[in-house]
Design a protein around this ligand. Sequence first.
Ligand SMILES: [Cu+2]
Length: 114
Amino acid sequence: MHIVRRLLLPLLALLGILSAVPVQAEEMPTFTLVMRAGRFLPETIEVPANTKFRLLVKNEGPGAEEFESVELRKEKVLAPGASSFLIFQPLKPGTYKFFGEFHPATAQGRIVAK
Ligand SMILES: [Cu+2]
């Protein structure tokens, strides 16, 4: 359902990496999200509001999984055993849902910005 965005995302991701300054990356708060057996661990991630942050995503499998947030306009497909990261621009206080597109019935989570 996101073929067009899937084609654009690698380019956008590349631009994001190239424009990231290492010093900023070091200072950026980082949170880890594990995908395992069709679920997210943890299902709720609390982040500081109004602060750019990084989300490390690890797929422990089995099978592929896709982190997706419609509200946050983020998605990342990961093969089993793969890990990657997403950079989030500062969020206003609130709750932002995400889901695993390959297991939408069970893989549900939220980022809570406070
Ligand atoms: Cu998708």
